[in-house]
Ligand binder design. Structure first.
Ligand SMILES: [Zn+2]
Ligand SMILES: [Zn+2]
Length: 162
């Protein structure tokens, strides 16, 4: 992982802010997350977390479905990254290889929350398999850019502290 500096950081902040705008549309009751995928200086796909098809009938994060979430799935609903990857594959499939994914979470007021270490192996595997080159998170110390192979390895190494 490399912490972005200077113009690279300024660029990344721009994409993170775009991801935060997307995150503010999230429909999940547990977390508001957003993701944008960027290639050659333009956004080629976006996603926020929500029930499949944004449909209430598919919602699993409410009181009637407290056991509906698989244990490995720390964030419920469609993950923002899955949505951004699907969006890219639908609208810009030829651009996904070698692209950069940005992920951010916002709190209930819409303010950006800083991310911890990579942990979601569903997203890490999907991003790797889709041919995305880098995966960026906004940490306390700045925006960290991970080669997707490293992001996947770190996600598998992650252990939740009880
Ligand atoms: Zn949810
Ligand atoms: Zn995920």
């Amino acid at each position: 992982m490399k912490l972005l500096q200077g113009v690279y950081a300024a660029d990344a902040i721009r994409w993170m802010n775009a991801a935060a705008d997307t995150a503010r549309k999230a429909k999940c009751l547990r977390a508001k997350c957003g993701s944008v995928i960027v290639k050659d200086g333009e956004v080629i796909g976006t996603g926020y977390n929500a029930p499949p098809l944004d449909a209430e009938c598919n919602r699993m994060c409410n009181a009637t479905h407290t056991n509906g979430k698989p244990k490995y799935d720390a964030t419920c609903c469609m993950h923002a990254e899955w949505r951004a990857i699907l969006d890219t594959l639908k609208h810009n499939p030829e651009k996904i290889y070698g692209s950069a994914l940005y992920f951010v979470r916002v709190d209930n007021t819409g303010a950006v929350s800083r991310s911890g270490k990579p942990y979601c192996t569903v997203c890490s595997r999907l991003a790797l398999d889709a041919g995305i080159a880098t995966f960026a998170l906004w940490h306390e110390e700045g925006i960290g850019e991970y080669p997707t192979v490293e992001y996947n390895t770190l996600s598998y190494e992650y252990r939740h502290v009880a």
